[in-house]
Ligand binder design. Structure first.
Ligand code: NAP
Length: 541
């Protein structure tokens, strides 16, 4: 570590994924601040930089997995199919960076190790893995919800002679073509990987712990006329999306599933199945799939019947069929269940037949079978949202660490601010809106810009959420989650919490309601915030 402290920055942004890029753009190009962004990777992209596994794609319609702020780029951007691959997402973000000349303020290959607030100077000091120190008034962490990887503990894994890889750290150039591949995990990532790898691997063994409900994605080419209509209608598209729950660009239903006949339910479910998309099936079919157990049961039964219909081997179909509620983050893919009809794909249910150890040539399961593998892929997910914060030593007022502050569960006000951490802003921190990530990120970065702009305008030195506002938001989020069926199944939405009372890491009432809360907070003169320092008083509207 050198004593060299770099000053002269107004804001430091951690991360150059979609969140960090949006923050860098708004703070620098809209507020006119001097900003330095740090990124661990060698390029921009965050999730899309690291998750280069076969089949990686965004599973919301590609035209709404974009920033609304660059209207010109929305008109110019071309795409070919309904969903956008990881590589295309990366290309889009690179275009944003290029158009707004953002790369010159990003330092790549740099890990932020600590960020410490000094109350006397109202400054943050950030220390990087290169031994540099930077100071700035504002700290914006855009660490990404899925950047801290979970790895399974498998005895003898070090002695495995093949390649072990996590999907979230996929090495450039690693191909599964013609290889004997094993994949552990069947979440969004694992199921995407299965669909892609089944087509090219010599053999694919899927090690499944908990079966998932997987909907068809309905991916298809998008024609010239459809693209023209989307481009012409973008203003209306954003308006509808901002006024919806999951912000995926479709009309959500408020019809209770049990208010219609069984035949009508079947028709609606089939229509959504044919249309494709997991969020569509959960939120556009009926309005109470995630709140009413009976409605949920009907949706789950429909999907289970499809599994039985599609999967030819009854034993494989049985293992693939979920028995719990349809209440995890919904998943969609092209041909997931069909993959198991291929001769080169086999399924191991880890609940019935766990992995006991890795061997030099593969993986041994309890039934004594050694599954010979060239590549073992861990699609085992992430310590979502909170995990990346555990890796940085963040100290706020009075030296209190974020880890200490979150020891009974991650807290925030609006997913953005944390009491005791002045001038620190999280993009998609805990208790953010559970909705399409891009509009959620953009909404929060606009809010951060508003908060920073308020400090700048008023000449105050800092802004931070009050403890009371944070406590209330934590409660609002837990109550909102409790009104749904989400807490009744174990999933990363609850940080895979082993607590007796699962704690949500999201605000599940949706983006429209989240945005309404922001409007209310603004109209109330930022009553949930405290502004400190000399300066003229905050204008109250
Ligand atoms: P995930 O949903 O948490 O799934 C992890 C999978 O690994 C689960 O099947 C889990 O089984 C299994 N697993 C974890 N630890 C295991 C162990 N020790 N042994 C055996 N199995 C184990 O993670 P993900 O699939 O990476 O997805 C996370 C989120 O990333 C998604 O929900 C989504 O928001 C985002 N994502 C988005 C896209 C997209 O298209 N936009 C694509 C990929 C990911 P259990 O169910 O039993 O825990």
């Amino acid at each position: 570590m050198t004593d060299n402290v770099r000053t002269g920055f107004d804001a430091i942004v951690i991360g150059a994924g979609f969140g960090g890029i949006c923050a860098l753009h708004k703070l620098r190009n809209e507020l006119g601040l001097t900003v330095r962004a740090f990124e661990r990777g060698s390029g921009v992209g965050g999730t899309w930089h690291w998750n280069r596994y076969p089949g990686a794609m965004s599973d919301v319609d590609g035209h709404v997995y974009k920033f609304a702020f660059d209207k010109e780029l929305l008109q110019q951007w071309d795409w070919s199919s309904r969903y956008v691959t990881g590589a295309e997402n990366l290309a889009y973000l690179e275009a944003v960076v290029e158009r707004h000349d953002l790369a010159r303020d990003i330092q790549f290959g740099t890990v932020v190790e600590s960020a410490v607030y000094d109350e006397d100077s109202s400054m943050w000091t950030v220390t990087t893995s290169r031994g540099e120190r930077f100071t700035a008034r504002y700290l914006v962490s855009a660490l990404g919800p899925h950047s801290s990887r979970n790895l399974p503990e498998i005895e003898g894994l070090d002695g495995f002679g093949g390649t072990v890889v996590h999907t979230g750290a996929w090495p450039e150039g690693l191909s599964v073509d013609g290889k004997r591949v094993g994949v552990i995990g069947t979440g969004s990532t694992g199921t995407q990987f299965v669909c892609a790898a089944a087509r090219t691997a010599e053999h694919l063994t899927v090690f499944q712990r908990t079966p998932q409900y997987v909907l068809p994605s309905g991916d298809r080419p998008v024609g010239t006329e459809e693209k023209a209509a989307i481009r012409a209608g973008y203003d209306r598209i954003w308006e509808q999306l901002h006024d919806s729950r999951v912000a995926c660009g479709f009309e959500e239903s408020d019809v209770p599933a049990m208010s219609v006949s069984a035949q009508e339910r079947e028709r609606v479910f089939q229509e959504s199945w044919d249309h494709g998309n997991g969020f569509h099936f959960m939120f556009a079919t009926f309005g109470d799939i995630i709140t009413d157990p009976e409605a949920n049961q009907a949706a789950a039964d429909f999907i289970r019947s499809k599994i039985r219909e599609i999967v030819q081997d009854p034993e494989t179909a049985r293992k693939l069929t979920p028995t719990d509620l349809f209440a995890k983050r919904p998943i969609c893919n092209e041909g997931y269940y069909e993959s198991f009809n291929r001769a080169n794909v086999s399924l191991v249910s880890l609940r019935e037949n766990p992995i006991v150890a890795a061997t030099p040539t593969g993986v041994l399961t309890e039934d004594g079978v050694e599954h010979e593998l060239d590549i073992l892929v861990c699609a085992t997910g992430f310590d979502a949202v909170v995990g990346s914060y555990k890796q940085i030593d963040i100290r706020g007022r009075d030296g209190v660490t974020l880890r200490e502050s979150w020891q009974d569960g991650a807290r925030s006000y609006l997913g953005v601010s944390a009491a005791g951490f002045p001038n620190m802003f999280m993009v998609f921190g805990p208790l953010s809106s559970f909705s399409n990530l891009l509009p959620s990120i953009e909404t929060q970065v606009e809010w951060i810009t508003e908060l920073v702009g308020t400090v700048e305008r008023t000449g105050k030195s800092s802004i931070e959420a009050t403890k009371a506002a944070e406590d209330e938001w934590v409660e609002v989020c837990q109550l909102a989650a409790g009104d749904t069926l989400f807490p009744k199944v174990q999933s990363w939405i609850f940080g895979n919490s082993a607590d007796r009372r699962p704690k949500t890491i999201f605000y599940v009432k949706g983006l429209a309601s989240f945005r309404a809360k922001l409007r209310e907070e603004a109209a109330g003169g930022l009553a949930g915030y405290s502004l400190r320092g000399n300066g003229s008083p905050v204008p109250r509207s």
